[in-house]
Design a binder for this molecule. Structure first.
Ligand code: FES
Length: 90
């Protein structure tokens, strides 16, 4: 999305706005929400997160083509959103 996108965290009920140029991971860490990560660049799979709603823009090197097309998980360190909002299982 041009200006950024919204992320709803289903388990905590929190919501964050990820501005263009940032990532979901950094936005969550900035908001004091701890999520597991390691490489920060879409290589390791540590930050894999279930997607409950919305469509991710996959930018990782971990998921297979069929996993990308299923749109039910994403790497939040590098992948963004094609929709205005994503709902994640966090
Ligand atoms: S932290 Fe390694 S893929 Fe996201």
């Amino acid at each position: 999305m041009a200006d950024g996108f919204n992320v709803k965290l289903a388990r905590s009920g929190k919501e964050v706005f990820v501005p263009a140029g940032s990532t979901i991971l950094f936005t969550l860490l900035d908001a004091g929400i701890h999520v597991p990560f390691s490489c920060g660049s879409g290589m390791c799979g540590t930050c894999e997160t279930d997607v409950l709603a919305g469509e991710p823009e996959h930018r990782d090197f971990v998921l297979s083509e069929s996993e990308r097309n299923a749109n039910d998980v994403m790497m939040i360190c590098c992948s963004l959103a094609k929709t205005e909002e994503l709902e994640l299982d966090l």
